[in-house]
Design a protein around this ligand. Structure first.
Ligand SMILES: [Zn+2]
Length: 531
C-alpha cells in the first residue's frame, strides 16, 4: 500500500484532491506559549506538496475544534461523507495521525472509508494507497488498523462493489483473458479493454465452437487446435478444457459484468443465523462499460450448447478435410462453397452449398491452385504499391491531422498546468484566499479533465491508424510466407489456417464449364484480412 514519494505517476493532473487540516491538543498548547499557527503552517506545507505533484486541490477542510472522536469533528464527518461519495482521488494531510487519532474503531472507520472508495492519502512522507492489490503491503495496513470492525468493513466493501458492478465497472483484480484493466478517466473505478492477440483468440474460440465458418468443433478439439498453434493459455501454460469452457460461459465477452459472488441467503438454523450461497442462485448480470468481443446472440448460443453438452460426449468431431473450408464464397448467391468427395479416383469437387444455384462447380485442386496463383500476383502488386507509396497518401493525411490535433491538445494541457502553477503562486503570496484558490483549482481541474479525455481519444486514434498502416506493410511478408509454406503442409486444417492468415475470403465466380464453348470463366477475387 505504501508507495514512497516517487509515485506521482499514480495521479494525473486532473486528479481531484482535497486537503484536511486539524490541530492537536499539543499544537494548542504550543500556540498558547507563542508558537506559530498550526493550521497555517500545515496548509503551507501541503500546498507546497500539492504544487510539487501538480495536484488539483478543490477543497480545504479546516477543523477548528479539536475533538477526540469523529463525532466531535464536524469537518472530518463532512470529509468522510465526500470521500464515501467518491469525490476525490486523494486527500492531503500533514500526517496520518491527523486523520486517525482517537479510538481504534474511529481509525478503522476512517481507513475503511478511504480504502473502499479507492481514495489515496498523501502526506509529506508517504502516499498511502489503500486500494492497491493487497499483497505484502496489506500487512502494513492491517497493523495500522489492527482492531477495526472487520464485519462492517466487509459489508461496506461489498456495498461499494455492488454499486460499481451496477455502473458496469470491472471490480476484479485480474482481467479476464483477452482484456486488460484500465483506470477510468474522470471517474472512480476500473473498466476493461481488449488486448490483441488474446481478444482475437476469444473471438476465434466462439466462432469455432458455434461452427460459424466451418463444421462446429467441441471443446477438446479447440484445446488441441490452440495448443498446436502454440498459443499460450490464460495461465501462460497450455490450454485446458476448463479454460476454454470458462471463456465460453463468461458473459463478460458479450459486454456484461457479473457480480462476483452468488447472492447469499441467510436462514435461521437452531437459533443461529446461517449464510448459504446456493449454487442455483445465478449471479446478477449488468451491462458493462467495456467493449464486447462477441455478440449477445453468440454468447446465448454458446451457453445453450454448453448446457446441452455437459453430460453427453460432445458432438461428433469431424476432422477438416477441405483446406478451403469456409473461405470461398459463391458470387451468385453469397453462400459458402463446400467440398464434394466423388470417390472412385475422381478428384474432390468444390460446389456451392445452394443446390439450385446458377454457379458451376470446379475441382477443389483447381481453385486451390488459382488462389495460390492469385496470391503470387498480389505479392507483386503489393510490392509495387508499397514502393510507389500509392494508397498510403490518404492514411498519411489522416494520421497527420490526428497528430496536429494531439499537439494542440497537449499545448492546451501545458497552458492549463501553467495556470495551475500560477494559482499556487498567488495563494502563496496571499493574493488568493484559500476559497478563491480552491474555486480556481476546481475550474482548472474540469478543463484539464476534458483535455485529458481528448488526448486519450486522439492517442487511440493515432495508434489505430498506425496499426492499419503497419498491417498493410506486414501483409507482404505474410503472403510470402504463405506461398513458401503452403506446398509443404499436409493437413487441410493447417493449410486452411495458413490461408486465413492473409485472406478473409475468396469470392468465386464461374458460370461456364471447361468443355463449353469459350471455356471456363472461372475467376477469383481475393479479399485480404486488412480493412
Ligand atoms: Zn451459389
Amino acid at each position: 500500500m505504501i508507495a514512497h514519494n516517487s509515485t506521482t505517476a499514480a495521479f494525473s493532473a486532473s486528479a481531484r484532491v482535497a486537503m484536511y487540516l486539524r490541530k492537536s491538543r499539543k499544537d494548542l498548547e504550543l500556540e498558547a506559549v507563542g508558537g506559530e499557527d498550526t493550521l497555517e503552517r500545515h496548509r503551507r506545507v501541503l500546498l507546497e506538496l500539492a504544487k510539487h505533484y501538480e495536484l488539483t486541490v478543490t477543497r480545504i477542510y479546516e477543523e477548528v475544534v479539536s475533538g477526540d472522536t469523529i463525532e466531535g469533528r464536524p469537518q472530518m464527518r463532512q470529509l468522510l461523507r465526500d470521500v464515501e461519495a467518491g469525490s476525490y482521488d486523494a486527500v492531503l494531510c500533514h500526517d496520518i495521525d491527523r486523520l486517525g487519532r482517537g479510538g481504534m474503531a474511529d481509525q478503522g472507520r476512517i481507513l475503511d472509508t478511504f480504502k473502499w472508495s479507492h481514495t489515496a492519502i498523501i502526506t509529506p512522507d508517504k502516499i498511502y494507497n489503500l486500494d492497491a492489490d493487497l499483497d505484502e503491503e496489506a500487512v502494513e495496513f492491517k497493523t495500522l488498523s489492527a482492531r477495526y470492525e472487520y464485519r462492517m468493513i466487509k459489508k461496506r466493501l461489498a456495498r461499494g462493489r455492488e454499486a460499481s458492478v451496477r455502473e458496469g465497472k470491472f471490480i476484479g483484480n485480474r482481467a479476464p483473458y483477452g482484456y486488460e484493466r484500465y483506470k477510468l478517466q474522470g471517474a472512480k473505478g476500473w473498466s476493461l479493454r481488449p488486448v490483441e492477440p488474446a481478444a482475437q483468440v476469444v473471438r476465434d474460440i466462439f466462432r469455432w465452437y458455434l461452427g460459424e465458418d466451418e463444421a462446429r468443433i467441441g471443446v477438446s478439439l479447440i484445446v488441441r487446435r490452440l495448443n498446436e498453434r502454440g498459443i499460450p493459455g490464460p495461465s501462460g501454460k497450455d490450454w485446458t478444457p476448463t479454460a476454454v469452457r470458462s471463456i465460453l460461459a463468461n458473459p463478460v465477452y458479450a459486454g456484461f459484468i457479473r457480480s462476483k459472488s452468488r447472492p447469499a441467503v441467510v436462514t435461521m438454523e437452531e437459533g443461529r443465523k446461517v449464510t448459504h450461497r446456493p449454487r442455483s442462485a445465478a449471479p446478477d448480470i449488468y451491462p458493462g462499460l467495456h467493449e464486447p468481443l462477441i455478440s449477445e446472440a453468440q454468447a446465448r448460443q454458446a451457453a445453450t450448447l454448453l448446457a446441452n453438452n455437459k453430460s453427453r460426449p460432445g458432438p461428433k468431431q469431424v476432422a477438416m478435410k477441405n483446406p478451403l473450408s469456409g473461405l470461398v464464397i459463391c458470387d451468385q448467391c453469397g453462400r459458402a462453397m463446400i467440398r464434394r468427395p466423388y470417390g472412385n479416383g475422381y478428384p474432390d469437387g468444390l460446389l456451392c452449398s445452394y443446390t439450385s444455384c446458377a454457379c458451376v462447380s470446379s475441382t477443389l485442386s483447381t481453385v486451390e491452385d488459382a488462389i495460390l496463383e492469385g496470391l503470387q500476383q498480389w505479392l507483386v502488386a503489393l510490392d509495387l504499391s508499397l514502393d510507389s507509396g500509392a494508397g498510403e497518401r490518404q492514411s498519411a493525411a489522416e494520421l497527420q491531422s490526428a497528430r496536429t490535433a494531439l499537439e494542440a491538445a497537449q499545448a492546451e494541457d501545458a497552458r492549463l498546468r501553467a495556470q495551475k502553477a500560477r494559482a499556487y503562486d498567488l495563494v502563496e503570496q496571499g493574493i488568493y484566499t484559500p476559497e478563491i484558490f480552491t474555486q480556481r483549482m476546481a475550474a482548472l481541474g474540469a478543463e484539464l479533465e476534458t483535455v485529458a479525455a481528448q488526448i486519450s481519444a486522439l492517442t487511440a486514434e493515432i495508434e489505430r491508424l498506425e496499426a492499419a498502416a503497419e498491417a498493410k506493410a506486414a501483409l507482404v511478408p505474410n503472403v510470402r510466407r504463405v506461398l513458401e509454406l503452403y506446398p509443404r503442409l499436409q493437413e487441410p486444417e493447417e493449410k486452411n489456417a495458413l490461408l486465413r492468415s492473409v485472406l478473409s475470403k475468396v469470392i468465386y465466380h464461374k458460370t461456364r464449364r471447361e468443355r463449353w464453348s469459350g471455356g471456363s470463366d472461372l475467376s477469383l477475387t481475393l479479399v485480404p484480412i486488412v480493412k
